[in-house]
Design a protein around this ligand. Structure first.
Ligand SMILES: Cc1ncc(COP(=O)(O)O)c(C=O)c1O
Length: 461
């Protein structure tokens, strides 16, 4: 395990797209007809909050998986292969659980690698949301990721209840001045609905603002009122240190394609606290103990743990890709990664605040490092977004956008560098000033706010 002071830059273990890679329509570099001078330079990829980059091990392990399938067929389920790092397919899920449990701070028995995030959320709600005439509400944020909103809404309807009174949406206290959700405001909303609420579902890190919520405090507060607490950790898993067991979280779900780098749509994760292993559930054969799984007796014998909530045999391709990424995480610790992440994101913040273009945007992510992970969300002045994104694309800078005017910028500590951050700040600043100048020339209302004055979020909204 690496200590916090060790350098944890694992960039050499990732495939960083070059600028030419991003420009070409084809994958193959030989198909390039219109070559540019900087085609071979690495791109500035700051989008690990959306899709993490590919570890170099992924190709090696995927090839081993394909070779096993090609040469062993069905026996790949049971056979130890001497020239492969991978376990027989029957055990692929168990193989990745220990490292995943480390990353989220849980006992191994409390973690399952299974399904996908939204599917896992439904499975957890089926187990944990058991409304009765007294407690029937679910509290979530008003700007929850739409899939979470749909999952909760449909679960409420599934119990023949009405979302209009069973779904409590937490909105920012002052939406015109800040999109953030202060902890006290969340706690006050819980208090206001305490006796009628069955369940609280919140994001560890809010996808739009990048706000890291106070998971232990909010969990303890809700539980003191008899409310079960679940967390969507899509943007937190592999990004910030988590202690799900110590924080007494009831359940959590996450995906593995963001900071966990296992490829688009890859397999999800699920945490069930040990006190809940006996809960009712929607069952499938993969949740039944290995000894009985193939007996075909119709006697469901749930695995004692989160694994007992699995349904189907897991995608070996997905799980193999996850194993490749977790083998990188294995070389370090979340503490060491967080230390580097704080420095990278701190440098990004400093650069953005000191930029000549700082009047063109505002950082909406909390300034306190305890309240954020790797990502900063930057809100541009109205009318600038499209021109700025176009310029970033031309320069091989990858971030993602949330219309109408926010970009999310996330230096991932495993593979991003301080040079990436500095390149972004420079190119982004130039792009903003150019967009303003172009807007002024064309007589549109695009404005720079002029220097580094601190404008209120509402003023530039
Ligand atoms: C916060 C959050 N929740 C849920 C989802 C949905 O994930 P999936 O499509 O894997 O179910 C996403 C996807 O990006 C997300 O960011």
């Amino acid at each position: 395990m690496a200590q916090a002071s060790e350098d944890v830059n694992f960039r050499h273990m990732f495939r960083i797209p070059t600028k030419g890679d991003l420009r070409r329509k084809a994958n193959s570099r030989s198909s390039n007809s219109t070559k540019k001078d900087d085609d071979d330079e690495p791109s500035t990829y700051l989008c690990g909050n959306s899709l993490g980059l590919q570890p170099t091990l992924t190709q090696t392990y995927m090839q081993q998986y394909l070779d096993t399938w090609a040469t062993k067929g069905v026996f790949g389920h049971f056979t130890d292969i001497s020239d492969s790092e991978l376990v027989p397919w029957l055990h692929v899920d168990d193989d990745v659980v220990p490292q995943m449990a480390q990353i989220v701070g849980a006992k191994e028995s409390e973690v399952a690698v299974m399904q996908t995030l939204t599917a896992n959320l439904h499975l957890m709600l089926a187990s944990f949301y058991r409304p009765d005439s007294l407690r029937y509400k679910i509290i979530l944020e008003g700007k929850a990721f739409p899939s979470d909103h749909y999952a909760v809404e449909s679960q409420i309807k599934h119990h023949s209840l009405s979302p209009s009174n069973a779904m409590v949406l937490i909105e920012p206290p002052n939406p015109s001045s800040s999109p953030l959700l202060p902890t006290d405001h969340i706690l006050a909303t819980i208090d206001a609905h305490a006796s009628s609420t069955a369940l609280l579902l919140l994001p560890g890190i809010q996808f739009y603002t990048g706000q890291l919520l106070d998971i232990p405090r909010i969990t303890a507060h809700a539980q003191a009122h008899g409310i079960l607490v679940g967390w969507d950790l899509a943007h937190a898993a592999g990004n910030v240190p988590l202690q799900l067991h110590a924080w007494n979280v009831d359940f959590a779900v996450w995906c593995s394609y963001k900071y966990l780098n296992s490829g688009p749509g890859s397999i999800g994760g699920c945490f069930v606290r040990d006190a809940h292993f006996e809960r009712p559930r929607l069952a499938g054969w993969w949740g039944s103990s290995k000894s009985s799984r193939f007996a075909m007796t119709n006697a469901f014998e749930p695995i004692a743990g989160a694994g007992g909530f699995q349904l189907s045999n897991p995608s070996v391709a997905d799980t193999t890709a996850l194993r490749a990424s977790l083998d990188v995480f294995k070389r370090t610790s979340m503490g060491a990664l967080r230390e580097r992440s704080l420095r990278l994101t701190g440098r990004l913040e400093e650069g953005l605040l000191a930029s000549r273009a700082s009047g063109c945007y505002r950082i909406i992510t909390p300034r306190r490092v305890e309240e954020r992970g790797a990502q900063l969300s930057v809100q541009l002045n109205p009318g600038l977004l499209d021109a700025v994104l176009q310029r970033l694309e031309e320069e091989g800078v990858v971030v993602d956008e949330r219309k109408p005017d926010v970009i999310r910028v996330a230096p991932a500590p495993l593979y991003n560098t301080f040079e990436d951050v500095e390149a972004f700040v420079r190119i982004f600043g130039e792009a903003c000033l150019e967009a303003v100048a172009r807007g002024e020339q064309s007589g549109s209302s695009v404005m720079a706010e002029g220097g580094k004055e601190d404008k209120g979020w509402s003023e530039i909204k």
